[in-house]
Design a protein around this ligand. Structure first.
Ligand code: M6R
Length: 615
């Protein structure tokens, strides 16, 4: 969580940092701040609120001049979001300033130690402790700032991506990473730093992603020096060519990123299977799977670890892996898995699913599984992310940048990748016939067109949203492959509209949630033609007898549910196992429109952040 940006070069740093912070606001947006070095002074402005609020403060408070600066957009961990707790934080002398993404776990003992040595603190943050620790080391040992940062970080327990500037070294920024991402953009005699590459893609396509336990000393007009934090040894920098472009991270005429990303799904799904699904040759080719086929075929079971929406994609995968490839699957919340003492053997395959590739709990679950000898396969969207690097092998989803905090295209592309893997393994194991396999490939190839068709219900869904926007509770029901879709629909509504919603397997309704049903309760029921249709229709009857309001998501041409439901939303017909790729579309649109109608900040819902890099 938290976004950090920095600039050192020949341009004015201010506009680059402000624009960069806006692009990183998805990472956290409860306060923001900036430090600019104007040649003499380190000018700092910070405030509770969004980057737009920071712009207003800067206008009133400080000079915008300077070719060196650092900026921060925060998701609070230690200390409430207020002006004082906002970053940058300065050391007691006022000479050093820091921005930080992460948590210093031993901050309390360090703070006590520093207080005993005469340091005082203005904020409640762990970050202010770190900058004073750096100052203390620097002063005590008469060191340069880079060395002081290195020594101080060796005393720290926790996670961080930091950028530190020193008034007395005005042409230098020190950055370091452990557990939180940090990229360096290398321009022509200028450097950019950021939590991801989006703040600098219009300036340079050359980037270095710092690895865990590395720090960089960035000096104007000099080559970057990357060092190991532990022993100060030099590391050879690896410069990558960035693949993203500006258009991908702009709204392109949509009111919100979420809506843009919902509408991008036909392309995102197509991009995800392109080059992997070769229908005419009747094969699926995925390097990460081919290279490790033996391991997959010999696996006793697959354990899927993930959080949030990615966990829901894992639940869909459980059905499809067991159904097609006949491999037992367990799906675990990464946050629970990492703190259990799970039974993991070398014959287990762990699949970690994560859009951002930075989720702290998922990363920790991967490390645990690896330490117990399991082979870990990653399904990530962000290329080069921590999870992509930490896993033994993997497959990217190719959804393109997902900026709206509510995950949409990440979900459908994760399901696409997982379906491809299940099909490939089923073929290799002989658990699917050649004709069924071909049929699957054909159906999968038609999904993008069918998603386009499902999106055409947009205006109708908007009308339904208008009717139910003021209710306090929603229920989502689905069975089989569409049970995880019900969970996902409920999560989408909760996180962006703040309406309470529950997802349930339709048949479980009678074991409790049915008590909630009255004439005020809208219930979204996924009742597609394939997959326990008759059973779901019976569940709908049960709701109807209790006067619940039924919104049925049905297959085109459905008659039975049309007669029972208050509203129906049609999706094209497909195989049951592929239906989540279609049924999830109306649920995304429904929550989107309800949230918009309620005036909520759809792309940046309260208390949330896109990339959850704290546990
Ligand atoms: O980046 P990840 O896929 O690992 O993120 C996991 C969850 O934090 C994420 O899916 C979250 O639940 C979304 N806000 C849901 O829309």
């Amino acid at each position: 969580m938290c976004g950090i940006v920095g600039y050192l070069g020949h341009r004015e740093a201010y506009p680059i940092i402000i624009e960069g912070l806006k692009r990183l606001e998805y990472r956290g947006y409860d306060s923001a701040g900036i430090a600019l070095f104007d040649g003499t002074n380190l000018n700092i402005s910070k405030t509770k609120g969004k980057v737009a609020d920071l712009e207003n403060c800067v206008e009133k408070q400080i000079s915008k001049n300077g070719n060196l600066g650092i900026g921060h957009t925060r998701w609070a961990t230690h200390g409430v979001p207020n002006d004082v707790n906002s970053h940058p934080h300065t050391s007691n002398s006022g000479n050093l300033a820091i921005i930080h993404n992460g948590i210093i776990e031993n901050y309390d003992s360090l703070k006590k130690e520093l207080i005993s040595r005469g340091y005082s603190f203005k904020s409640d943050t762990d970050t202010e402790v770190l900058i004073n620790l750096i100052e203390d080391v620097k002063k005590k040992e008469g060191l340069k700032i880079g060395k002081a940062v290195q020594i101080a970080l060796n005393q720290v327990v926790g996670a961080y991506a930091i950028a530190v500037v020193d008034k007395n070294s005005p042409e230098e920024i020190i950055i370091a990473r452990l557990g939180s991402p940090l990229a360096i953009g290398i321009g022509d005699n200028e450097f950019f730093i950021a939590s991801d590459a989006s703040p600098f893609i219009e300036y340079t396509k050359n980037a270095i992603y710092l690895e865990d336990e590395e720090m960089a000393i960035i000096k104007k007009g000099k080559d970057i020096k990357i060092r190991k934090i532990k022993d100060d040894s030099l590391v050879d920098p690896y410069v990558q060519q960035l693949q993203i472009n500006l258009e991908q991270i702009e709204k392109s005429g949509f009111d919100h990123f979420m809506l843009k990303e919902i509408y991008e799904q036909p392309k995102a799904i197509n991009d995800t299977y392109r080059g992997r699904l070769l229908r005419e040759e009747a094969i699926i080719k995925m390097a990460g799977v081919e290279d490790n086929m033996k391991k997959f075929l010999n696996a006793n079971r697959i354990i899927i670890v993930a959080c949030g929406t990615s966990w829901h994609a894992g639940l869909v995968a459980e059905y499809i892996f067991e159904d097609l490839a006949r491999i037992p699957v367990e799906v675990e919340y990464a946050s629970e898995f990492r703190y259990r003492n799970p039974v993991i053997t070398e014959k287990d395959i762990v699949i970690a699913i994560s859009q951002s590739g930075e989720t702290a709990d998922t990363l920790a679950a991967i490390k645990l599984a690896k330490s117990r000898g399991a082979f870990v396969f990653g399904v990530c969207n962000v290329v080069g992310s921590s999870i992509a690097r930490e896993t033994d092998a993997g497959a990217y989803t190719h959804a393109g940048p997902e900026i709206g905090v509510a995950s949409t295209k990440a979900f459908t592309t994760q399901i696409t990748v997982l379906t491809l893997i299940a099909l490939r393994l089923a073929r290799a194991k002989g658990t699917i016939s050649s004709s069924d396999f071909r049929h699957y490939l054909l159906e999968l190839e038609m999904i993008p067109k069918k998603v386009e068709k499902a999106l055409q219900a947009d205006a109708h869904i908007k009308e339904i949203a208008d009717i139910y926007k003021n209710v306090s509770n929603f229920l989502y029901l689905g069975r089989g492959y569409n049970f995880p879709v019900a969970l996902e629909g409920a999560l989408k509504l909760k996180e962006i509209s703040y309406i309470h919603a529950e997802g349930y397997p339709a048949a479980e309704m009678k074991h409790g949630p049915i008590a909630l049903i009255d004439e005020n309760m809208p219930i979204v029921v996924i009742a597609t033609k394939t997959g326990h249709y008759d059973k779901v229709v019976s569940n709908i009857q049960e709701i109807k007898s209790r006067k619940g309001k039924i919104i049925g998501v049905v297959t085109e041409g459905d008659i039975t549910v049309r007669e029972l439901a208050d509203h129906i939303i049609e999706v094209p017909d497909t195989l049951e196992s592929l239906s989540p790729l279609l049924t999830t579309i109306p649920l995304q649109l429904l929550s989107y429109y309800i949230a918009v109608m309620l005036g909520k900040n759809v792309d940046q819902p309260r208390n949330l952040a896109k990339s959850v890099t704290v546990e």
